[in-house]
Design a protein around this ligand. Sequence first.
Ligand SMILES: *[C@@H]1O[C@H](CO)[C@@H](O)[C@H](O)[C@H]1NC(C)=O
Ligand SMILES: *[C@@H]1O[C@H](CO)[C@@H](O)[C@H](O)[C@H]1NC(C)=O
Ligand SMILES: *[C@@H]1O[C@H](CO)[C@@H](O)[C@H](O)[C@H]1NC(C)=O
Ligand SMILES: *[C@@H]1O[C@H](CO)[C@@H](O)[C@H](O)[C@H]1NC(C)=O
Length: 965
Amino acid sequence: MERVLLLLICFLLLSQPNNCSSSLSFNSSTPRCHSHQSSALLHFRNSFSVGDSNGFCDKYSYPPKNSWKMGTDCCGWDGVTCDTMTGHVIGLDLTCSRLEGPIHPNSTLFSLRHLQRLNLAYNEFYPFAISSKFGGFANMTHLNLSWSSFAGNVPSETSHLSKLVSLDLSSNHDFSWNYGLRIETPSLKRLVQNLTHLTELVLDTVNMSSVSPNSFMNLSSSLTSLSLFDCGLKGRFPDNIFHLPNLQLLHLSFNYNLTGSLPTYNWSSPLKSLLLSSTEFSIDLPNSISNLKSLKELYLSRCNFIDSSNPTFLSNLTQINSLDLSYNNFGGQFPWSLLNFEVLTVLDLSYNNFIGQVPDFSTNWTQVSSSNSSSNSQSTIQIPSKLVYLVLSDNLLNGTIPSWLYDIPSLQYLFLDNNQLTGHIGDFQHNSLVDLLLNNNNLSGPLPLSISKLVSLRVLYVSFNNLSGNVESKIFFRLKNLEYLEMSNNPLLSLSSFTFATNILPNINYLRLSSSNITEFPHFLQTAKYIGLLDLSKNQIKGNIPKWFLEGGKDSLYFFSVSRNNLTGEIPLLICNLSSLQYLDLSYNHLSNMIPPCLGNLSNHLIDLDLKSNNLHGTIPSTFAKGCYLRSLKLNGNQLEGSLPQSLVHCRELEVLDFGNNKINGTFPLWLENLPSLRVLILRSNNFHGAIGNPKYKFPFPNLRIIDLSHNEFHGHLPTNLFKYLKAMMNASVNKGELKYMGDNYYQDSVIVEMKGFSIELVKIQSLFTTIDFSNNNFKGEISESIGELQSLKGLNFSHNNLTGCMPPSLGKLTNLEWLDLSSNKLIGEIPIQLTDLTSLEVLNLSENYLSGQIPQGKQFNTFMNDSYNGNQGLCGFPMTKACGNDEGQQPPPSSTIQEDDFKFENGFHWKVVLLGYGVGFMFGLGLGYLVFSSGKPIWLVNIFYGEQGNNVQRSKKNARGRTH
Ligand SMILES: *[C@@H]1O[C@H](CO)[C@@H](O)[C@H](O)[C@H]1NC(C)=O
Ligand SMILES: *[C@@H]1O[C@H](CO)[C@@H](O)[C@H](O)[C@H]1NC(C)=O
Ligand SMILES: *[C@@H]1O[C@H](CO)[C@@H](O)[C@H](O)[C@H]1NC(C)=O
Ligand SMILES: *[C@@H]1O[C@H](CO)[C@@H](O)[C@H](O)[C@H]1NC(C)=O
């Protein structure tokens, strides 16, 4: 979001181009341009090809430079300025001229020696270096080479331009700085020392990762702006910069490792713009900032506040027009009354913990008058009339949307998503709105017809509310610019009239209508040429995927989910025509017949293929070719036969393979052992047979974390060699790391695993979740001591085999273990006392073995009941009724037992389980995850963490766009 803001700033800056030619007037006595200058200019311009229109420039129509003609006075050409006395070309402005190609040292540009102002911003000189010849313009005062894809080092000759007043070399590197401009400490130091007239230094996104921030220490005291955003600066920023007497703009955002602190007490400065978002600056509010009376822009997103209890420092800052405090820990009621709404244009308070209501001016509101307005203005209600960007997402705001928010003529971006707002959506009075995000609140009532008037609307999100009534198709008749629409999960909202409409939403790109009770494919998709993401999951769509949808040349479709509907028939062959498809989810339908073999051919762009829980027959496509991109393949719960296709080894990116619950035969696919990323392998309930075999590699399956071979006919010994070297399961400490889920912004992997005795669907797989399930096979022999090496295991199930020998004491090393099932084997001997070290263990099943002796006592063992041990005649002590030789086993059980509805895991892994009802497919508007018990048992919904979903997609897309200018 911050980057969106930055883009906005870029646009605002661009909309005021540095128009040097307008300041000079020409009259008849102006000497004509020297002919060598005209030909130099024309040569220069003609040395480039004309590229595509630049995204940044699109919005602003720059004058076409078609006045440039040989034989005419070049002093009259667009963008050219001449000295009124001598006729020398002293100014050249070719901003946004779509120039593409290199500026070589022999370029005729460098013959224009008298140039004082040169602006070549927003062209494409990529990937060419800035020539050292630029250092030869002896009288240059203003040089702007920004956003033109220059690459390489900033030439050290730049410091020869000792008359420079303004230098802008803002670059555009990619995220890893594989290209873009770079500057080193010596060059920068010379530049800072020699350019004593600088007032403006803009080096945004120039790679300074090796630069010492101290290099900026001696900057000219005439400096008014210093902008260094996203430069990779690290270390401490020199304090003296904050005291530069003329500094009005300081922009250091997105230097993630830049430290420093703002002066406290009596810091006075003419600063108007202070941008420190996403830095490591420590900020002491209000002691530092509240003295900055001239401050207009303050961007402090993701900052280190010494005290972030409440932003009361605002009280002195009456001029603020742009304020970004997003992604901090501010809480309590936001001090709305401290803002000066007369000037406010940008307000971003998202991702904080602000509570209470957004105040309604029309009732109990008194605007605190700013110091310079007359005292009788107190009775006047100030409605923010200049607000453009209001972002209050992800807070704890409640109450209704105040009426003034519907009446701001300038408002373009209104983000109120992820709060607790109630009441109806009102009528917006002005058609300025571009992005309207109201999703994830408790809003009720209809989607108002007045939305139809918002003709500029590009994004409309109302998912996850309690909206009701009929969504009328005429709402969308005039919304030709709408690209992003989410209306998912409003259980009472009827979309049928909307889905039957045709010829609406011609530019729709992103459409989510999940859990929306729709019964048909939206008809207007026939003409939706640009649809990229389509989510129709969790509805009641019957029949087959319509031909007209697949035939219509959906070249931009990359995400397509019709999961959890009532689709029947076969998977249409036409689906293979979707030439950009990356995510295909047809799971939980009634699709039958074969999987089209051509789906295997899509694997050069397909990333996720999910056909779980259908009625598919035949074999698995075998045409996975070299360069296969597939990350996850889920075919669980079908009738598939034959063996696993060996061509899957071409899919080097594979992370998830789920073939469970089919009729697949063959032996264990040891040939998958060197897939570097494979994390999940599920072969459960098939006809696999034979021994596991010996891996070829020393570290087979280097990333494997979930392996489920249960309910097959595997036999032979447990694969001791495999267990010894499953690297990803060995490191217990990785468990303490940050929680991550498998998948990406678009798609979270889900698999069904056996956990604590229940069959559970993990909708989001925690990337460190680690289990082994070899149950219900014919494995024989002993459990080797080496099992103790797999220290990140959370679950281990070897039940229902023919295992013999004793339980290895090394099991006590599996300290992350939460469930252990060795039941129905032929194990003998005592339960190792070391098992009492398993302090996370919640479920233990050792029943139906030949174990004997005393059951260990204490810790978790006090919580296990008889059913953990039944059928072992020789066991004694608590909780069995049979006493051991001594008296210890007869102590009464302690009271703590596991609550069935509260699974708590170590390391913050916490499940909140809510019993809701029966029947597969019953979904609830949480969108966060749920558990599915094996057939016939209740469905449980589970709320697995509060991960961000959904909105990320939109945000990251916007970011991506900003980057590809
Ligand atoms: C200028 O230099 C470039 C690269 O060195 C070369 O390709 C080009 O032909 C030269 N142009 C002229 C006009 O000499
Ligand atoms: C630079 O400016 C000086 C002083 O105004 C002038 O004498 C000189 O001719 C200029 N040089 C060029 C190359 O324009
Ligand atoms: C500083 O600028 C002068 C021209 O005024 C130039 O001669 C000199 O080389 C520059 N010094 C550095 C270190 O670039
Ligand atoms: C910041 O520093 C940390 C630790 O020194 C490093 O891991 C991280 O990559 C750095 N981040 C950036 C963006 O340079």
